[in-house]
Design a protein around this ligand. Structure first.
Ligand code: ATP
Ligand code: MG
Length: 552
């Protein structure tokens, strides 16, 4: 039966996790599925976590199951409620709802009882060796480890010492609880792994109740098991931990949650380790966790990314069994797909030069109707004022233009978007040779919607110099100059690759309708790119360029 299912699965182009789940549901191994997303609240979520969130919540949704949010808060020193709050906000923003909000710390009592149970079964012992001794005695891949002199303590002594550890009798590092497995096991993780260590520190939820805290390998599988998680999905580096995950569950005889691994998301020009992101924030290389250059969810949200674009990206990346590096431009492509379909359009000039319509009456204003979205030509409109003195992009005028240059040039014609065709008659230069003013005449018969449409090769954007608003625009480049940040040589500091030009602030001259935009998402500055109004400071963050845009 399962072979049949697999055949159908490959025809339907399912990923390996979907195949497993469909199989488990078809064979009745599970009636419904329950996944979990288990962040450690020690930092803000990044785009890699977003991939994991889309996967865990997405699979459950697809198969009519549920997903728990479980904070993996077993290390009181690094964790904080600030992170808990931001993580919840980010998951909601991505568009997902968890069935339950749990904390590994909710299970500290149960985990403690199970540790005593393992001691009683002769499967755990208290070790007095120092951290250094434990490390040295673990051996190497080619050499077996050395058994601890405390390994054969009696059950009674182990219980007494473990209870004393819990009661606070010992200092940090003085004792640990270890599983008693096999000091010469080929999998190093089986060489009597640590289960509990002493940390006299206050915990963000349990306060000072505990001074012993469970290790990841001991806690994770059991937390999954307590919640009856059916498919515990994590990143590839945990595959060597899986046998240990199974070992604890088996020895305790509890609900058999199962772990599955997929390749973590890596992106070009990006670092994603929380430690490095924290360092960038703490040392002010960036302006906080939500700096629009950061790969954090709050950062890319402020940059102008939409939840839809991130979910589309997660879908496109798919689920791999082998590590790889995804091109950052795929993420940008997804954003463009989304914004192209639904963002409002406005004109804004970022690098202006003045253009005077010589045959236009002084003081006369004419308003042109322009659709907010070209996909809906009959949809909502904005009014664009046209006056004698306009601004266009410097790059849209060229004195000695090549033949194929279809924007404005001496004696050449161009259409001002939504408005008239103009012809360049003359221009003025300053003493440095920069063009400071361009003089044109407009063709009154070229008004859109009136008479016969006359087409010219080029169309450029523009604003009225008098009736425009100055706004701040923030232009971004990659935060790092190196494409393969994961492959920089050992010993070289990743911060050496920080891009000094990652942020440029300019003034943009925008048509007046921009200030009334109520869309709440990034807008398109026509021919320039997508810009999102920063909720913090009102500046327009360039989220991404346009696919076929000219280089500004
Ligand atoms: P970091 O190494 O950056 O500190 P982490 O893996 O320790 O990240 P957690 O809070 O433990 O961070 O991660 C929560 C979940 O997100 C885990 O299941 C983890 O596997 C997953 N995850 C973290 N980083 C990525 C990534 N780059 N791609 C896919 N999933 C990820
Ligand atoms: Mg982790």
């Amino acid at each position: 039966m399962s072979e049949n299912i697999n055949e159908v699965a490959s025809e339907r182009n399912l990923n390996f996790l979907e195949e497993i789940i469909e199989n488990d549901l078809a064979t009745g191994k599970h009636k419904s599925i329950l996944t979990r997303f288990p962040p450690e609240p020690n930092g803000y979520l990044h785009i890699g976590h977003a991939k994991s969130i889309c996967l865990n919540f997405g699979l459950a949704k697809k198969y009519g199951g549920k997903t728990n949010l479980r904070f993996d808060d077993t290390n009181p020193v690094k964790e904080d409620t600030e992170y808990v709050d931001s993580i919840k906000e980010d998951i909601k923003w991505l568009g997902f709802e968890w069935a339950n909000e749990f904390y590994a710390s909710d299970y500290f009592d149960q985990l403690y009882l199970w540790a005593e149970e393992l001691i009683k079964k002769g499967l755990a012992y208290v070790d007095d060796q120092t951290q250094e001794e434990i490390r040295q005695n673990r051996g190497t891949v080619s050499q077996p480890g050395v058994e601890s002199p405390y390994r054969n303590r009696s059950v009674e002594e182990n219980l007494k010492l473990f209870r004393e550890m819990k009661e606070g009798k010992y200092a940090d590092g003085e004792k640990v609880l270890r599983a008693k497995i096999d000091m010469s096991h080929p999998n190093m993780l089986f060489r009597d792994p640590l289960m509990y260590r002493i940390i006299h520190a206050s915990h963000h939820r349990t306060g000072n109740k505990w001074c012993i805290y469970p290790m990841y390998d001991y806690a994770h599988g059991e937390c999954d098991s307590i919640e009856n998680i059916t498919h515990s999905i994590c990143t590839l580096e945990f595959d060597v931990h899986r046998p240990l995950y199974d070992w604890f569950i088996e020895k305790l005889g509890i609900f058999p949650s199962h772990q599955y691994e997929f390749a973590r998301l890596n992106l070009t020009y990006t670092v994603m380790s929380k430690r490095k992101l924290l360092e960038l924030v703490k040392n002010h290389y960036v302006d906080g966790w939500d700096d629009p250059r950061m790969p954090t969810i709050c950062g890319i949200r402020r940059r102008g990314y939409t939840p839809e674009s991130i979910r589309m990206f997660a879908e496109k990346v798919g689920v791999a069994k082998r590590d790889n590096v995804i091109d950052l431009s795929l993420l940008e492509w997804c954003l463009r797909q989304d914004l192209n379909a639904r963002s409002n359009r406005y004109m804004a000039v970022l690098n202006p030069v003045k253009l005077v319509i010589d045959n236009w009456e002084d003081g006369k204003v004419e308003y042109f109707d322009a659709p907010l979205n070209p996909a809906e030509p009959d949809g909502p409109k904005r009014k664009v004022p046209f006056t004698k003195e306009l601004l266009i992009e410097k790059e849209d005028f060229m004195e000695d233009a090549p033949k194929k240059y279809f924007r404005l040039k001496p004696d050449g014609e161009v259409r001002l978007k939504y408005a008239y065709i103009i012809k360049c008659n003359s221009f003025v230069k300053d003493s440095d040779g920069n063009v400071t003013e361009i003089h044109c005449t407009y063709d009154p018969d070229s008004k859109p919607g009136v008479g016969e449409w006359r087409s010219v090769k080029g169309t450029i954007h523009w604003v009225s110099e008098e009736l425009c608003d100055k706004v701040e625009a923030r232009l971004y480049e990659h935060l790092f100059t190196e494409e393969q940040m994961g492959a920089i040589p050992e010993g070289v500091d990743y911060k050496e690759y920080l891009n000094p030009n990652s942020l440029t602030i300019v003034t943009a001259y925008a048509e007046p309708a921009l200030k009334d935009d109520k869309s709440g998402i990034a807008v398109q500055f026509e021919r320039v790119g997508y810009f999102y109004k920063d909720p913090e400071n009102g500046a327009y963050n360039k989220a991404t360029g346009l696919k076929d845009s000219f280089k500004m």
